[in-house]
Design a protein around this ligand. Sequence first.
Ligand code: FMN
Length: 202
Amino acid sequence: MAKIHWKGSSLLAPVPPVMVTCGDMENANIITVAWAGIINTHPPRVSISVRPTRHSYGIIRERGEFAINLTPASLVRECDYCGIYTGAKVDKFAKTGLHKEPAQVVACPIIAECPLALECRVLDILPQGTHDLFLAEVVGVDVEDSLLDENGRLCLERAGLMAFAHGEYFSLGDKLGGFGFSAAKKKPPQGKRADGRQIRRK
Ligand SMILES: Cc1cc2nc3c(=O)[nH]c(=O)nc-3n(C[C@H](O)[C@H](O)[C@H](O)COP(=O)(O)O)c2cc1C
C-alpha cells in the first residue's frame, strides 16, 4: 500500500498514560503524563517529559522526586481529570477521590487506587524544546499483593492497565503471546506426542 510522507512528528503509540505524583503527604499533586518511558534496565532508569509551564514541573524540579503510578482502565476518568486541571488551582486528590499512600523511599505519596507505583529520584533534567526530560532512577516499587501469584511472581495482566494512542484512551486487548514465544518449540496438540502419534491412556 502507498505511504504518504509527512515531516517529523513524535507520533509514537500506544504509550502509557501514567499518573505522576509529586510533593509531600501534606501538599501533593498529580499530573497525567503520557511521554514516559524506560531508559535502562540496570540500574533501573525511566524518564518523564514535562512542560515547564506545568504546576508539577517546579515541584519535581525542586524536590528531585516523583512517583509514576500505573493507571488501570477503571481510573480513566481520574487520569483524564489530572491531565486537564492544574494543581495550582485544585486539589486533585480531593476532586478525584483518589487517596494518598506513603511511599517507601521518596517523600511524595503514591496513589492507593493504582496497582503499581515506581518511586523515582531525578538524576538529570534535559531540556528538549517544548518539554524537559526528567531522567530518573527507580529507587522503589510498590505493588499491590493481589498482583502476585503463590510463587511471588508479578502477574501484571491482572492490573487491567490502559493505553493512550493518538489522543484516545484504550484498555488492553487480548494477550497475543509471551516474550520469545516465536522462538519457542511448538507444543504438540493436546493428546498427541511431539511426533504426532496419539498418546495412549491406560
Ligand atoms: C493523556 C494526557 C497525557 C498528558 N501527557 C503529558 C506529558 O507527557 N507531559 C506534560 O507536560 N503534560 C502532559 N499532559 C498535560 C498535563 O497533564 C496537564 O497540563 C495537567 O493539567 C498539568 O497539571 P499540573 O499543572 O497540576 O502540573 C497530559 C494530559 C493528558 C490528558
